[in-house]
Design a protein around this ligand. Structure first.
Ligand SMILES: NC(=O)c1ccc[n+]([C@@H]2O[C@H](COP(=O)([O-])OP(=O)(O)OC[C@H]3O[C@@H](n4cnc5c(N)ncnc54)[C@H](O)[C@@H]3O)[C@@H](O)[C@H]2O)c1
Length: 444
């Protein structure tokens, strides 16, 4: 990470904007821009993908100090227009609204890009943004496949911008506090983490090939993904359940809780990954499992991830969370608190935070998302480290991408624990990367 690069660039942009030089094709005239009090002291953020999670990005950036949204990007003109009005309410002026990220990235008025698009776009867009000299906040998963994790890491090193991954629980004070206590020996040596997520999603039916609606640029929506005809059960949101664009419940939600498990046990990759499950509830176009159990075995410890997309039976009255079991006790943690148990299973302490975060709700917003964005903004403006730098973020994402590969191949994956590469299984390794639409391959 190159901090001096970040500050120098931010200050340069601030100076240019202050002189009225950096406004370019912006919706702001020099006069209206100057009227936005303090605009030049703030990190200028562009949000890409503004519907569900992107709307949370906008709200959280609105709650940050020293942050300003001057640009939005979306390929659906309906969501773009709605988000533009919201930004106007929050920041005092309509932002520049653009459907093509490549055009938006030409603007010198943008310091940082936040990405909440479908997942086939995450790494390619983050790489383009880094090449354009921007800092990046990229939603989890930062990549659609393992190879893209490596590309994104190389791009970050080459171009030097900051990259924060959207695993916002890394910025949650109660989580930071209990993790430190676990590292100091609160429950002895932690050796088993059980991570879960449950929801009661409906089926997505059988899609039909229909004309592309006039509000959507389907060519740009597809971007790096090889072309397919438009179908009426993909956009918005249901792309999550198709391999071509999404990564299933495992990356959609497991990334958060498996990340906590890695953090608690201070480990990276295991030697063995196995995953079982299926699409058990509905018969429809959904290509992933709706029920999955994945085991990560390290030899002296393990992590289990359980995802249930279509049955919202709670564990410990929580739709998502992690239990961390050690030689001296157990910690139960979720987005809104934690409980501590002794080795006999007696609860000895508990904490519940007063201001609640969304748990299994789709946009996932709340105070820890605000804090995660504030950390990103502060890291751009000062020497404060990122709470979820992409180097650590890709480890968590890779864990879940490997779960998907284990499930798809139906085989146990033996890993090189340093690189996470799959040993002695050429078929599984074919899923390490994807094919791109010609001309859209990410280049570093
Ligand atoms: N961190 C969290 O808690 C959290 C919560 C929810 C979702 N997410 C992540 O956020 C991402 C978005 O998920 P969602 O549920 O909001 O999806 P969504 O389909 O509801 O929204 C995606 C938006 O991106 C737009 N889009 C598509 N292609 C684009 C492009 N090329 N350029 C600009 N905009 C484009 C779409 O029009 C849509 O507005 C996913 O990766 C998801 O995993 C994270």
């Amino acid at each position: 990470m190159n901090e001096s690069w970040s500050r120098r660039d931010f200050l340069k942009r601030s100076a240019a904007a202050a002189a009225g030089l950096g406004i370019g094709a912006s919706a702001f005239s020099a006069g209206s821009y100057a009227r936005i009090q303090g605009a030049n002291d703030r990190v200028h953020v562009a949000v890409a993908g503004v519907r569900s999670r992107g709307a949370e990005h906008i709200g959280s950036i609105g709650n940050c100090t020293h942050a300003f949204i001057g640009h939005l990007c979306d390929v659906d003109s309906r969501y773009l227009a709605q988000a533009g009005e919201r930004v106007k309410t929050l920041f005092g002026a309509l932002p520049v609204m653009e459907k093509d990220i490549r055009i938006l990235l030409e603007s010198k008025d943008v310091d940082a890009v936040t990405i909440a698009t479908p997942e086939h776009w995450h790494a390619p867009m983050a790489i383009l943004a880094l090449q354009a000299g921007k800092h990046v906040y990229v939603e989890k998963p930062p990549a659609h496949n393992p190879a893209e994790c490596g590309m994104l890491l190389r791009a970050q090193k080459k171009y030097g911008g900051l990259v924060q991954m959207g695993n916002q629980q890394r910025s949650s004070p109660h989580t930071q506090e209990i993790m430190q206590k676990i590292h100091e020996g609160l429950i002895g040596r932690p050796y088993f983490c059980k991570a879960w997520y449950s929801n009661n999603r409906t089926g997505i039916g059988r899609g039909r090939e229909v004309p592309v609606p006039d509000y959507l640029d389907w060519e740009l929506w597809q971007g790096p993904a090889p072309r397919r005809p438009y179908r009426d059960n993909v956009h918005p949101y249901n792309w999550h359940w198709f391999w071509h664009w999404g990564t299933g419940e495992t990356l959609n939600n497991g990334t958060h809780e498996v990340d906590l498990s890695l953090w608690a046990m201070n480990v990276t990759y295991p030697g063995l990954v196995s995953a079982d499950g299926g699409r058990y509830h509905y018969q429809d176009d959904w290509e992933f499992y709706d029920t999955i159990v994945t085991n990560y075995e390290y030899g002296d410890r393990m992590i289990t991830w359980e995802g249930r997309s279509c049955n919202n039976m709670l564990y410990y009255n929580r739709g998502r969370g992690v239990t961390i079991h050690g030689t001296g006790g157990t910690v139960l943690i979720d987005r809104n608190g934690y409980e501590i148990y002794d080795a006999d299973g007696n609860r000895t302490a508990a904490f519940e935070k007063p201001e609640r975060d969304a748990t299994t709700g789709l946009g996932g917003g709340g105070p820890m998302t605000d804090a995660h964005f504030q950390n990103f903004i502060d890291a751009i403006r000062s020497d404060q480290p990122l709470n979820a730098p992409i180097g650590e973020g890709t480890v968590s994402a890779m864990m879940l991408l490997l779960s998907n590969i284990a499930w798809k191949t139906g085989r146990d994956l033996h890993l090189d624990a340093d690189s996470a590469r799959i040993l002695n299984d050429n078929e599984a390794m074919t899923l390490w990367q994807r094919e791109y639409e010609p001309g859209w391959e990410p280049r570093i």
